[in-house]
Design a protein around this ligand. Structure first.
Ligand code: SF4
Length: 254
């Protein structure tokens, strides 16, 4: 099995704020051995605008590293957990921060639970994440979160409707920083850690990928997802109405 030598990495931007990353390949794809995966099962419109499916993330060496991370995790979850714990035992991680997922999300209950065990086992290190796995967090994390684990729910997923911005810590993607400010939300431009340490409503300017900027227009991810959800619901109702008023459709559909 192709085990990555180092599981936690750091780019220049993250190094400046004392953060290391654990990363999976974004969203859905196929591993070199032919297995398919979906590491972001609750991704909604964000998958169309995903920063991690463009640019450096698609470079063969980077992609191979992320796929090797996922392969290790899928093939040997216990070995993966032990390897992370061993790596985190190094003195440099004491007082440091780990961002769980530069891309990808907590795609199963058992994977999230493994991270909770890791947080408990390494209390001198802080962990944080963005996530769209709202139901999983409500069930498995919110009742008794490890004190060294912080998270922010991010808009643009299929579970957006479960978020309450008046009580939840939430992040939304805006057309630019002016739009973040105009909405009265708070930029995390200065440091990614502000997403979990700053004020609760976190505004992120959209990435510079031209087709993503075009798709987003002057909306936020939350508004875009809401539009898509409303359209789907309207279609569902129209179908239901047709079945009620014209049972022949139902027979055909059956
Ligand atoms: S959840 Fe994040 S990594 Fe996954 S598809 Fe959405 S933006 Fe990309």
């Amino acid at each position: 099995m192709n085990r990555p030598r180092k599981l936690l990495t750091q780019n220049r931007e993250m190094k400046a704020i004392g953060v290391w990353n654990w990363t999976l390949p974004a969203w859905a794809g196929r591993l070199p051995d032919g297995r398919t995966y979906n590491t972001c099962p609750s991704a909604g419109i964000c998958a169309q605008a995903c920063y991690a499916r463009h640019g450096t993330y698609t470079w063969p060496v980077v992609k191979a590293k992320h796929e090797a991370n996922l392969t290790f995790l899928l093939d040997d979850p216990t070995g993966w957990e032990n390897a992370i714990l061993t790596e985190l035992a190094a003195p440099k991680f004491r007082g440091g921060w780990i961002r769980i997922h530069d891309s990808g999300d907590f795609f199963t209950d058992s994977y999230l639970t493994a991270w909770l065990r890791i947080c408990h086992a390494r209390p001198d290190t802080m962990f944080y994440c963005y996530t769209k796995e709202i139901d999983r967090f409500r069930r498995l994390v919110e009742p008794n979160p490890p004190p060294n684990f912080l998270w922010v729910y991010s808009y643009g997923g299929t579970q957006d409707a479960a978020l309450d911005p008046s009580t939840d810590r939430v992040a939304d993607v805006f057309p630019d920083n002016d739009a973040v400010e105009a909405a009265g939300w708070n930029s995390q431009d200065e440091s990614d850690l502000l997403a979990v340490l700053g004020p609760r409503l976190v505004g992120i300017p959209v990435n510079q990928i031209p087709h993503v900027r075009k798709l987003l227009g002057d909306r936020t991810f939350r508004e875009w997802q809401h539009h898509v959800d409303s359209e789907r619901e309207a279609q569902r109702r129209r179908r239901q109405f047709r079945l009620i008023t014209n049972p022949a459709d139902h027979r055909q559909a059956a």
